[in-house]
Design a protein around this ligand. Structure first.
Ligand code: S3P
Length: 417
């Protein structure tokens, strides 16, 4: 599997503000991490070319070494780039930054980061009262505080932890439910003074001032990309796939929990630990899946896998229901609306609710004229649906897959033959 997108962004960002060189093996050479690298380069960070198979080096400039860029920081399609960058830049006293992105990113809510940062003294402005990009950040000295985040979002949490590194005193972030914890693991490994505790919710405290040191990061494969093959392998008669090098961090494995509950035949082979993250190979063989229901509790562990689970539900004999998924409406697209619209075009019985979808599966889908609507995970989910449908489909804007999985179409071709 190509490298994990979340860990790839973080290895570049943390490497940039460390002292010394960070060496990254397995960095995802996709559009989103390339956006993060491009922004960092505009602030004086030397990063070697990001290419498939290349070991990437980041020459850290230290906690306060980022230069004021003369140009706009273009975050492209990447919410992680924009949100983590806000946290990284808010405390650069006296420096000014402008962040922008593509049409999709300009529609995504940024107040969820700007507002808690403001309670540390940050000055972030944008359209719609500071909610929408383009955003302007006037760097200021920040103060430490205690912040409860309203959504279990790793992007919001990570932005605050980045801001906390240079605040005047301790910052504690309390999240309502545990989101992916790559930032906590990696910041500690880079040398940050970070502790995790708390019984109700989860408290993460950062004591500012610790110097970060360049690290060797080995990026595991992305389970969110593996999810397409897990579902395809379960549903295509005769399939027997082994997906090598998949990150199995327990804050990300909701997809395996659901697939296991509904009868998928998935084995974890060769479980191991790679640079602080659990990793394994996954073998999936064809087998019938049962309809399912899941909600808010598991959502943070499989938030990016909901589109492909919508496809899976179309092939389960009976009614499946996904709830507690309103966050899907503010991803790269409104993924509940887009999946409902596109799967309906194939003849699926899918009904949208405010916070989820109900799908009555078990009858065949028909090939149709489909559209990713510019969303990478929609593009790849529809590709799996199209493979399983009766008749041919066409997919407009299929190139969106390159945001997180540039070799997806080649891999699909290879697996079909
Ligand atoms: C990410 C967190 C998730 C996820 C996104 C990547 C991250 O977003 O959907 O693809 O790297 O922190 P939220 O934190 O907004 O849920």
């Amino acid at each position: 599997m190509p490298g994990d997108k979340s860990i790839s962004h973080r290895s570049l960002l943390f490497g940039a503000i460390a002292e010394g060189t960070t060496t990254i093996q397995g960095l995802l050479p996709a559009e989103d991490p390339i956006s993060t690298a491009a922004c960092l380069r505009l602030m004086g960070v030397a990063i070697s070319p990001i290419e498939a198979g290349a070991i990437v080096t980041v020459e850290g400039v230290g906690l306060d070494g980022l230069k004021e860029p003369a140009e706009i920081l273009n975050c492209g399609n990447s919410g992680t780039t924009m949100r983590l960058m806000l946290g990284l830049l808010a405390g650069r006293d006296g420096r000014h930054f402008v962040l922008d992105g593509d049409a999709s990113l300009r529609r995504r809510p940024m107040r969820r980061v700007g507002q808690p940062l403001a309670s540390m003294g940050a000055d972030v402005r944008g359209r719609d009262g500071g909610n929408l990009a383009p955003l302007a950040v006037q760097g200021r000295a920040l103060k430490g505080t205690v912040i409860g985040t309203p959504v279990a979002s790793a992007q919001v949490k990570s932005a605050l932890l980045l801001a906390a590194l240079t605040a005047g005193s301790t910052t504690t972030v309390i999240e309502p439910a545990q989101s992916r914890d790559h930032s906590e693991r990696m910041l500690k490994a880079f040398g940050a003074d970070l502790t995790v505790g708390g019984e109700i919710g989860r408290h993460i405290s950062v004591q500012p001032g610790a110097t970060l040191h360049g690290q060797t990061v080995v990026v595991p494969g992305d389970i969110s990309s593996a999810a397409f093959w897990l579902v395809a392998g379960s549903l295509i008669p005769g399939a027997d796939l082994t997906i090598e090098n998949v990150g199995l961090n327990p804050t990300r494995t909701g997809i395996l929990e659901i697939l296991d509950q509904i009868g998928a035949r998935i084995e974890v082979l060769n479980p191991r630990d790679v640079a602080g993250e659990p990793v394994g190979d996954l073998r999936v063989t064809h087998g019938a899946l049962q309809p399912f229901e899941f909600g808010e509790e598991i959502m943070p562990r499989l938030v990016d896998e909901v589109p492909i689970l919508c496809v899976a539900a179309c092939f389960c004999d009976g009614e499946s229901r996904i709830s507690g998924a309103s966050e899907l409406r503010v991803k790269e697209t409104d993924r509940l609306a887009v999946m409902a619209r596109q799967l309906k075009a194939m003849g699926a019985e899918i009904e949208e609710q405010e916070d989820g979808v109900t799908i009555r599966g078990g009858h065949p889908l028909n090939g149709a004229e489909l559209d990713s609507e510019t969303d990478h995970r929609v593009a790849m989910s529809l590709a799996v649906a199209a493979m399983l449908a009766k008749g041919d489909s066409t997919l407009a804007r299929s190139e969106a897959a390159a945001v997180s999985y540039p070799t997806f179409w080649e891999e699909l071709e290879r697996l079909r033959n």
